[in-house]
Ligand binder design. Sequence first.
Ligand code: ZN
Length: 190
Amino acid sequence: MKETFSADEIQILLVSLRFSSEKHRNQRRKDPEASPYINHPIQVGETIWRVGKIYDITTVMAGLLHDTVEDTQTTLEEIEEHFGLEVANVVKEVTDDKSLPAAERKRLQIEHAPHISPRAKWVKLSDKICNIADITHNPPKTWSLNRQIAYLDWTEQVVKGLRGCSVELEAYYDQVLKEGRHLLKIREKN
Ligand code: ZN
């Protein structure tokens, strides 16, 4: 993968970050401080680039935009219009069908994981890494410990289907999961 990028590539990356920040502007994360939602897509984009060393602008843009269609009013047509079909397709692959019940969406993520594109796998794996780190270091205020443990277990099922996409991201996921379980175990005892 190339490691130098044109002004146009950096520009479209920044435009996608701005677009995502505008779309998520009224949302907050579920942590006790109710952090701005945009922190999460930024973490996902940064994980893809820094940890995964995936120097692919399309993937990082999809990482920055990955929750816009699922969690805001944004449509895939809008993503395509602003950022092209390649980015829109990756976002589509990582977007759950919100008309389905939560348990069914979770089951489908496990089922679909092995069949999505490499770009979608990198985004999905980075998303799971960031969510585990958030949940274990800064648990959502309304989540019981059991729900936190169940979330970690579920990500393991999804990630099983993503393996083989990135040595770096998989090793980091394993580390974050291990640390997360350790933290939750300590919390369980207290
Ligand atoms: Zn996400």
